[in-house]
Design a protein around this ligand. Sequence first.
Ligand code: FES
Length: 131
Amino acid sequence: MSRHETTHWQRQLPSAALARGQVLATSCGGHDILLYRSAAGQCRAISAYCPHMNNYIPNGLAPGEPLAALLVEDELHCPFHGWRFNGAGQCTHIPSGQRVPAAVRSGRAIARTWRVREREGYIELAGCESQ
Ligand code: FES
């Protein structure tokens, strides 16, 4: 992005529609995104597809289980094999016995995230336009 390029923020939903500890599935610019609010009130946006095996994360929930069950200690938990991701997209937990990729060992972010801000009562995301 050049110095003169301005960030394009895209409105998603009213801030009041996302309570602390709540997770919502949304899309922006063709990306499937999980939007959640931490216990401290911070909004986060992370890809709805797990970087482990590219599964759509909500599909790992048991029937009737709410999306909020994906949050464990303010991190996104993938129900398929138990990997967890922080708000920066870094994997913070892989259950024992599973191979840990080099990117995870080195602390690099592996889950795509989007910048989030709240303006005038709305949650907005940046970066949705780039595939
Ligand atoms: S597909 Fe998410 S942990 Fe395996």
